[in-house]
Design a protein around this ligand. Structure first.
Ligand code: ACO
Length: 428
């Protein structure tokens, strides 16, 4: 093996596979020519060791617990930035100057309205529809409203679609929630900034002004920063897969929302709260831990484990500290927090969780904060979707700027019947 190739040999073939280097992280073996050279595919279910693209947006070192957006550590962004600035950073690659940020904020603010017909669309849902179902469908429906941003080859249209998605996601999310509880939809107010505007759309009733605690807006802004991107996670990979076919940005992001919904991904925050409520009391924690270790139980500790982080999730560390602060500042005491703390303590000293490198992930604590902010459980994953929209659309744009982008088309190990002849029904 030379320094920049890896050789792979079987009885009949020998292939020299080039190594692809990034700016950080391990080099990857380029296997694009492997089938041609050797007649073999590679097998990697769940993409545990496969890079599907080159990306300059987010970097994760799972062993060291490092997360960088465009090179900036998540800890610094969490402390000093805002969600909208982070969205700009993810999209543009650099932190904005004051004028650039002002222009970006202005554009986002002036694209927050939704077409009135989208309201009719939402009203077609049954009153108890899950807000993720409504969000996924209504974001996909935007494809039908904005034909002017469906030319993926035009950078200006791509940018306009990004602005629209970041701007309208909170409007649609709040509308979905209000429809489900029978409140009139609240229009976005342009004199408020992004997160505060969203909280007003979510909670303000026509009969009285909303007294919003600034702690709530600050906490939600921080949660949005932490959830804004996470390189090639399941939902972002889905956005890229759908985007690779040339599908429009709204359809691609709607697919990302669908992927996020599952409890193994963004649906975990909702699942964590349900699990903590089921455990109910700190004294039941040991039983829950024992059940999670029993493979036959089919039960996992929600909010624990991560495909990439094998030491700690840096976002979970930030949220953990913040949870105590926010609950204290809002004057909320939540018995579920005691259950969560006991569960974390029990799992962190348990051999099974230690040997499997299972640590609390970002969503272990986020639900407790959402609950303290009076955000209903069914909206937790929607919160995640609002934040991750910035990352999804940044990846979708990056994909369309990449010269060597190809349609995503994995191969398989076929395990079905070998070729056989059709037998008429009378003989079966
Ligand atoms: N509780 C108990 N055991 C677990 C857990 C858990 N939460 N997570 C993983 N394990 C065990 C598995 O049973 C398996 O054990 P084994 O090797 O003895 O068979 C081992 O750890 C590896 O698990 P995999 O499912 O192969 O790990 P993978 O990397 O594919 O999955 C995932 C990662 C999906 C996050 C998993 O840890 C999980 O299901 N966690 C709970 C759901 C959750 O919190 N998801 C949110 C992820 S973060 C995010 O999307 C924002």
């Amino acid at each position: 093996m030379s320094s920049n190739t890896v050789s792979l040999n079987d009885a009949e073939h020998s292939a020299q596979l080039p190594l692809v280097e990034g700016t950080l992280g391990p080099a990857c073996i380029d296997i694009a020519e492997l089938y041609k050279d050797t007649g073999h595919f590679t097998y990697d279910p769940g993409f545990a060791a496969t890079a599907a693209c080159k990306s300059a947006i987010t970097y994760i070192d799972g062993d060291k617990g490092v997360l960088l957006y465009r090179g900036y550590p998540i800890e610094q962004l969490a402390e000093k930035s805002s969600f909208l600035e982070v969205a700009y950073l993810l999209l543009e690659g650099e932190l904005p100057g004051a004028a650039q940020f002002g222009a970006f904020e202005d554009q986002v603010t002036h694209h927050t309205m939704m077409h009135e017909a989208v309201k009719n669309f939402l009203h077609g849902f049954h009153y108890d529809a899950h807000p993720m179902a409504m969000l996924c469908a209504s974001i996909a429906s935007l494809s039908a409203f904005y034909h002017d941003t469906n030319d993926n080859g035009d950078p200006a249209q791509r940018k306009l679609a990004a602005i629209r998605l970041i701007a309208k996601m909170p409007t649609l999310a709040a509308a979905a929630y209000r429809y489900s509880i029978g409140w009139p939809i609240r229009y976005p107010r342009n004199n408020l900034e992004y997160v505060t505007r969203f909280l007003h759309m979510l909670f303000e009733v026509p009969s009285e002004p909303l007294n919003l605690n600034p702690v709530a807006a600050k906490a939600l802004d921080l949660l949005f920063i932490l959830h804004a991107d996470h390189e090639q996670n399941a939902s972002t990979s889905t956005v890229r897969m759908v985007g690779s076919t040339g599908a429009n940005p709204y359809a691609s992001v709607a697919a990302g929302i669908a992927a996020l919904w599952g409890p193994a991904h963004g649906g975990a925050n909702e699942a964590v709260l349900k699990m903590l409520a089921e455990i109910g009391d700190a004294k039941n924690v040991d039983k829950a831990v024992a059940r999670a270790k029993d493979k036959d139980s089919g039960f996992r500790l929600m909010g624990f484990g991560h495909r990439v982080y094998k030491n700690f999730d840096p976002r979970a560390k930030i949220i953990r500290e913040m949870t105590h602060k926010v609950l204290g500042e809002l004057g909320v005491s939540d018995p579920l927090l005691d259950v969560a703390l006991k569960l974390e303590e029990a799992a962190l000293k348990d051999d099974y969780f230690i040997s499997h490198k299972l640590y609390p992930n970002v969503d272990f604590y986020s639900g407790i904060i959402y609950k303290a902010l009076k955000i209903p459980t069914s909206m937790f994953t929607v919160m995640f979707a609002i934040a991750r929209t910035a990352g999804w659309i940044a990846h979708w744009i990056e994909q369309h700027e990449t010269r060597d982008a190809r349609i995503g088309r994995p191969r398989q190990v076929y395990t079905g019947a070998v070729q056989r002849d059709y037998v008429g029904m009378e003989k079966r």
